[in-house]
Design a protein around this ligand. Structure first.
Ligand code: ADP
Ligand code: MG
Length: 406
């Protein structure tokens, strides 16, 4: 199963309108074309091409809705990609949605949205609780937990903890047999309703580090990951069985190269580190794409080289159904960045993942714990033998301690 990729082109912003920019992107069905200054076109094919450049009007509430059948509004984009993610989550698959693109290209608009133009994340949360509410099976119950983190300068921070209370060096990413890859100390909040989850997320977004660059004064220079953990518990013949799905929603920092946004000093350092995570993400995507095409099969993708790729290892080359939305600027001044985004997207769609249903995690956990237990027992026995051999006889106290451990 390959990573699904969609591209979305936004309207001109006011600066581009003032300069009477020309739109260099065109879309016909699932084809996206970009035109250079000589008028020559390059064509790309993606799973989805979302035209959100023109053909819309604002309703009384401010919602941008289509006036022709080309325009893709927020609900359309959700129906095309978000719904599929929820369906997959309901079946017990891990899912991941990325938004990639330069600062100001529309990543946050697609993921979170602005005002009444809600993005995929809030619509998904609403849907999750609608689905839970509509369940009539008394043997079924659900548990939903949310966590939110940001990666800023390669440091991982908990967005659901106020900035003043966070550790200066950030949280550690760890790996264990039982839990897989996890962020140590990251808080997870159980949520019972849409209001609860949206309140938590608003809190997180407010806590987010916001830096300003010349290009987009409100856009974040950090990667933001919202994780929604959905557990479905079913009683089958008196036995509890469970399905677990982790939905990762990732709003990446701007993909532009440092320098082009007028970054200096601290901003430049941020830029370098942001680019480190994105650079490694690019390298991982390239390695996975090569692998999928039968090239360089034995090369291990460099997941461990950045915080972002470590955390998202599963979403990228592992057990997850993954979707990437690449946000495009329509303006000719952004030609180079937009072309680089299209090329990135083109590589991403070649990645093959192996998603499996995560049923009865509990049973798996018990098995892994048993395995770990056997390993530990063997270690203790070896240690015991060693001690016996060394000092002749181990003290009774030592022996008792070993027995307690066992
Ligand atoms: P990014 O997160 O990539 O830095 P934003 O999502 O913040 O960019 O978008 C930049 C600006 O463009 C915002 O003011 C946003 O409202 C607007 N915008 C982006 N995409 C769309 C769209 N599809 N329709 C209308 N406005 C959009
Ligand atoms: Mg943004």
């Amino acid at each position: 199963m390959s990573v699904k990729v969609g591209v979305r082109v936004r309207p001109f912003n006011s600066r581009e309108k003032e300069r009477e920019s020309e739109c260099i992107i065109s879309m016909i069905q699932n084809q996206t074309k970009i035109k250079d200054e000589l008028g020559q076109e390059k064509t790309f094919t993606f799973d989805h091409s979302f035209w959100s450049h023109d053909g819309f009007e604002a309703t009384e509430t401010g919602y941008l809705k289509a006036v022709d059948d080309r325009y893709a509004d927020q609900q359309y984009v959700f129906n095309a990609v978000g719904k599929q993610i929820l369906d997959n989550a309901w079946e017990g698959y891990h899912c991941c949605l990325f938004a990639y693109g330069q600062t100001g290209s529309g990543k946050s608009y697609s993921m979170v949205g602005y005002g009444v133009n809600k993005g995929i994340v809030p619509i998904s949360c609403e849907e999750i609780f609608n689905r839970i509410k509509s369940n009539t099976d008394p043997d079924k119950s659900y548990e939903v937990q949310v966590s939110m983190l940001e990666i800023y300068n390669e440091k991982v921070q908990d967005l659901l903890v106020p900035a003043a209370k966070r550790p200066t060096h950030g949280l550690k990413v760890r790996e264990s047999k039982v839990l897989g890859i996890f962020v140590e100390g990251l808080t997870k909040y159980p949520v019972q309703s849409y209001d609860e989850i949206s309140k938590k997320m608003d809190e997180g977004y407010e806590n987010r580090t916001i830096g300003s660059t010349l290009m987009n004064a409100t856009s974040s220079r950090a990667h933001t990951i919202v994780t929604i953990e959905c557990k479905q518990l079913t009683m089958i013949a008196g036995k509890k069985s469970e399905k677990l799905s982790m939905i990762n929603l990732v709003d990446l920092a701007g993909s532009e190269r440092a320098g082009s946004t007028g970054a200096t000093g601290d901003r430049l350092k941020e830029g370098c580190n942001i680019n480190k995570s994105l650079l490694v993400l690019g390298n991982v995507i390239n390695a996975l794409a090569d692998k999928a095409m039968g090239k360089k099969k034995d090369v291990l993708p460099p997941y461990r080289d950045s915080a972002l790729t470590r955390i998202l290892q599963n979403a990228l080359g592992g057990n997850s159904k993954t979707v990437m939305i690449c946000a495009l600027s329509p303006a000719s001044i952004n030609y180079e960045e937009t072309l680089s985004t299209l090329r990135y997207a083109d590589r991403a769609k070649k990645i093959q993942n192996k998603a499996v249903v995560n049923e009865s995690e509990h049973d798996k956990m018990v098995r892994l714990l048993k395995e770990e237990n056997v390993d530990l027992k063997r270690m203790i026995e070896e240690l015991q033998k060693k001690l016996m051999g060394q000092g002749g006889v181990a003290q009774d106290g030592d022996k008792q301690a070993f027995m307690d451990l066992k």
